[in-house]
Design a protein around this ligand. Structure first.
Ligand code: MV4
Length: 498
């Protein structure tokens, strides 16, 4: 197998590493903005696919298939984002005789619509959030649902996902405007104005279950990840296992996830997203039919390599592990390090990385897509790398993360590292007492606690540089000893004086 990676950044590097360990040659594709990107450096071959905007490069199915044909790649790994959940891309690969390293186009399609997937899950006996199963034909159906189920409800785009195109309605007076709003957002985001409604689940946790399936109908789960801590529907920290899931709940969640995946004949790696209420009631929310950003926390705790398994499954191999072979060990946390300034409301901070020191040591894993001298482009998601720490317990992995964050240095751009340093010490994080509103609620505390930002550190570095320079210019005053004279002479010779 020769694998083209239809992606960039840390995930392209991650896939290249798995391919190299398995002896498969790799082909990177890159936009004009990514000529010097790390994935291009690491791949065996690289093909340009167009101008910087992803519409003209990483989202161009024709150019990517063409690059595979030109380089003789017979398989494509889509990573996450870009074309990873595009059924048309999976089908274009199939039509070109190229292995798509992911699920079938049919599975992607079945899970791509929220209403269709809710119907399928309900039929399979998987719990879904109570609500409508079909897109509504008129506002009246929404009003009827609100009346019978009671407020609050959520109006969501059928074609939506990941927090786009949805709205909470708490008061009857807002029903109409929210309906209109979601409808027009659905049309402009997804080109499909259909919407439906479901009951609102208050103060939920967002827990997702990793599943793996082969093309012979075998399916297993690889436990859950805690993904509750998000900012504007972007995850910032993930953990495995979830601090609120015990062995009994894990077994029930896992069985539910396997049932959900089986209902769409799923193979490859996939994720079942759930809402879990304070009463531990759980509901299927959506399925992500791809490898996820946060897959490393599962890998560290469950001792599996999800990317290598994807590569084997894609070639028709049977799953080499059974459910009974798997058990979790310890605890892992992932922090997503972004080129964003946490003291300026997470404003993007692209630019030249002058210096970077990645943390190392026991239990530390970096999934990194950048290097010193690299310029973070403005065109893509500004995630630089993921810092993942694995310890024997949650407290130990937090301690490792705090330690690792103190070793992490990035000069030239702002990053979210100070935010994580603050978060790891927050009492409610340390006791795992949080829901999806945690970050928005507590961010003002962070700004209040760290008013000085990095200015003091930078002033100290400048002072140290001046002192080092002055020291280098100092000619020692010779004393009476012969040794001092010799040292002075050597120093002068080194500087080329005389
Ligand atoms: C919900 C919900 C409460 N009740 N649905 C946000 C992401 C998208 N996949 C679904 N989302 C939600 N759906 C019902 N019926 C609350 C959220 C939600 C949320 C979920 C997970 C993580 C963060 C969140 C932040 C706000 C709302």
């Amino acid at each position: 197998m020769k694998v083209l990676i239809a992606n960039r950044g840390e995930i392209a590097v991650r896939v290249i590493r798995a391919c190299r360990e398995m002896g498969y040659p790799t082909v990177a594709v890159y936009s004009e903005a990514d000529r010097a990107a790390l994935h291009v450096v690491y791949a065996d071959q690289a093909m340009p696919i167009g101008p910087p905007p992803s519409r003209e490069s990483y989202l161009r199915i024709d150019k990517i298939i063409d690059a595979a044909k030109k380089t003789g790649a017979n398989a494509i790994h889509p990573g996450y984002g870009f074309l990873a959940e595009n059924a048309g891309f999976a089908r274009a690969c199939r039509d070109a005789g190229i292995i798509f390293i992911g699920p079938s186009p049919e599975s992607i399609e079945a899970m791509g619509s929220k209403t269709e997937s809710r119907q399928r899950m309900k039929a399979a006996g998987v719990p879904v959030v109570p609500g409508l199963l079909e897109p509504v034909k008129s506002f009246d159906e929404i009003a009827d649902f609100a009346k019978s189920a009671g407020l609050p409800i959520m109006i969501k785009a059928s074609a939506g996902g990941g927090g786009k195109g949805m709205r909470l309605v708490e008061r009857e007076a807002d029903l109409r405007s929210s309906f209109d709003r979601v409808k027009s957002e659905a049309q402009s985001f997804f080109g499909d104005a259909s919407v439906y409604a479901e009951k609102f689940v208050p103060t939920p946790r967002h827990i997702e279950v990793q599943i793996l399936g082969d093309q012979h109908g075998n399916l297993i789960h690889v436990g859950e990840r805690e993904c509750t801590l998000q900012r504007r529907h972007q995850k910032v920290v993930e953990e495995c296992p979830s601090p609120v899931v015990d062995a009994e709940l894990r077994e029930r969640l896992g069985a539910m996830a396997v049932k959900a995946a089986a209902a769409v004949n799923y193979y490859s790696a996939g994720t079942i997203e759930c809402l879990v209420g304070p009463d531990k009631q759980f509901y299927f929310l959506e399925m992500n039919t791809r490898l996820q950003v946060e897959h490393p926390v599962t890998e560290m705790v469950w001792g599996v390599d999800l990317v290598k398994l994807q590569l084997r499954i894609a070639q028709g191999e049977k799953l080499p592990i059974r459910q009974s072979d798997l058990s979790p060990s310890g605890h892992a946390i992932e922090c997503r390090i972004y080129a964003e300034d946490p003291s300026r409301k997470f404003a993007p901070s692209p630019g030249l990385i002058r210096y970077i020191n990645l943390p190392q040591g026991p239990g530390v894993r970096n999934e990194n897509g950048v290097y010193a001298g690299y310029t973070v482009p403005i065109f893509y998601d500004p995630m630089l790398s993921k810092l993942v720490c694995h310890g024997y317990s949650r407290a130990d992995s937090i301690a490792k993360m705090k330690r690792a964050l103190t070793e992490y240095r990035v000069d030239g751009i702002e990053t979210t590292i100070p935010f994580f340093t603050w978060l790891m010490d927050h009492p409610d994080f340390r006791t795992a007492n949080f829901d999806t509103s945690f970050i928005d609620k507590h961010l003002p505390e962070m700004d209040a606690e760290r008013p000085q930002g990095d200015e003091f550190v930078e002033a100290a570095i400048a002072a140290a540089a001046i002192m080092a320079f002055e020291e280098s210019q100092r000619v020692p005053v010779p004393d009476e000893s012969e040794k001092a004279w010799r040292t002075a002479g050597r120093l002068e010779a080194m500087r080329g004086r005389r």
